[in-house]
Write a protein that binds this ligand. Sequence first.
Ligand code: 6R9
Length: 654
Amino acid sequence: MSDNAVYPVSSEWANNAIIDAATYDEKYRRSIEDPEGFWREEAQRLDWIKPFTQVKGTSFDQQDFGIRWFWDGTLNLSANCLDRHLETHGNTPAIIWEPDDPTSRNRILTYNDLHEQVCRFANVLKANGVTKGERVTIYLPMIPEAAVAMLACARIGAAHSIVFAGFSPEALGGRIDDCASTIVITADEGLRGGKRIPLKANVDEALEHHARDVSRVIVVQHTGADIPMDESRDVWWHEAIAAGSHICEPEEINAEDPLFILYTSGSTGKPKGVLHTTGGYGVWCSMTHEYTFDYRPHADGSNQIYWCAADIGWVTGHSYVVYGPLANGGTSLMFEGVPNYPDFSRFWHIIDKYQVEIFYAAPTALRALMREGDDYVTRTSRKSLKVLGSVGEPINPEAWEWYYNVVGEKRCPIVDTWWQTETGGHMITPLPGATALKPGSASRPMFGVQPALVDPEKGTLLEGATEGALVILDSWPGQMRSIFGDHERFFQTYFSTYPGMYFTGDGCRRDEDGYYWITGRIDDVINVSGHRMGTAEVESALVLHPKVAEAAVVGMPHDVKGQGIYAYVTTVAGTDDSDELRRELVQWVRKEIGPIATPDVVQFAPGLPKTRSGKIMRRILRKIAENDVGNLGDTSTLADPGVVDDLLANRPHA
Ligand code: 6R9
């Protein structure tokens, strides 16, 4: 297939979608020319307790920097996701849960069920002293209790901080400390591909070294494993919710009160606690979920079955497993397991089992499945599918074509949604009834989003078909509001590189048709299987090892993961740079951060290429890791050009 393939919108889609091409143009223009009017109307999709009169109060400039939306209004997002649907949709499935093991019992929670669970658990939180404005750490696998815990926090105005259940005790402890939560919600164990993840044991370990203020751990009994419980600190979820009332009135929450914190990796320092607030985020998730996936009930009033395969530990799980679909009264499928268990057909079996109409996943999973051949796909029906989504990293045209032709049988538009933890929801994406598709392009901006490209060095705006650093020129309601505990770092990280603009960290190309093509991170963040990893984080973990003097980490191309982790390590004098040590370092990083940070290559390096002022020249390290060594560029500014020869001679994959 050529690079310039274009897939026009089918007439069926154009005629039936919520947004067709003309509507897109009209709404987009209005959203930019009259943001106040546009968002005043769009925000009516939520039920407000006290209606807002103020709409947009935002500035990216240093003098009057600030971001607030709908700030004199009040609402409750849990009530928007639950209570308001009960009268007409109480018996409609809100969450369909598919377990890791396909022979285990699934669970279907109607809106009535979910509402009751959330009210009960909100009362448990209150009984344990959690009050409005506090933080609650959630370290749970993909089970319905995760959504219950999130919505219970939202109900009482506590901010949740979810830590992905694949993170190590060390990483968990750091995140609990940073947001100073006194309560942790976890499970006895998680299950993924038949493997047990010792979540409660991880929490115990985290609390040994960190987070000494945690006074309560609430434990979901999931696998039934025999785990130690600390009588003074730990309680079982099922016992706690059975003891309390099922009635809990939603708190009145200001639009700008925190909804959650989610830690994400940046180019420097520790992971940042990205802070999202209630009103704008709620509007953004609901709106984008509806328009991007063309999500609405069938003609007979029944729900489309929608499945976002992301983990709730990432922002995609927050916005598109929980808040977006539930705010819209939808049916959200939640899957505990992995794509290759019990075999490579699992995704497609689930789609057939529940007649999934909308499926949303990451390119890394698609590439891994594509490798195994079409047979695993074609032996299933998938006739129910209508829309396919992609998220987390650039989707290479080859994987796109496979998704489109083999999985979707040329019938389903692919929405390649570009966005970030920081943006709350979709920013650049096709809409199924409005946008002609180009494989590999996230295409055009969502309403209210003004992307632009700047010259990375000069910071000047670039016009027309060109390539540059991707910035956003003005605020949108779903934008993050701060870094928890460090508002100054928020400004510095995102608004100081190119003054007056939000800098995304991504590089991007814009073509003649105004389509955006994300090329990947241009900062020191690498994207491993769609998960963000700061090179600085992996380096800090490595240098904690007693035998490591210095480390530098860069990304390398990887067929399935998109990017892999390439670590250059200088050991302390007298160390034997053995394969055994190499393996030990890999295990060390897994223990410090978690399996997603597993280095793919460890190269021992007696010296790292540095400038005379001592700065590591990552450009050179990246080229070597990419095996692009014919063109190392100017090495004359190096303090010791000889180190490069050594690096080249000792490449593990040379
Ligand atoms: C939602 C999410 C954000 C980074 C982002 C970019 C990459 C996400 C993408 C994409 C190309 C897409 N990214 N979606 N790149 N096309 N459709 O993934 O958030 O974990 O914060 O990562 O992921 O590099 O800057 P997050």
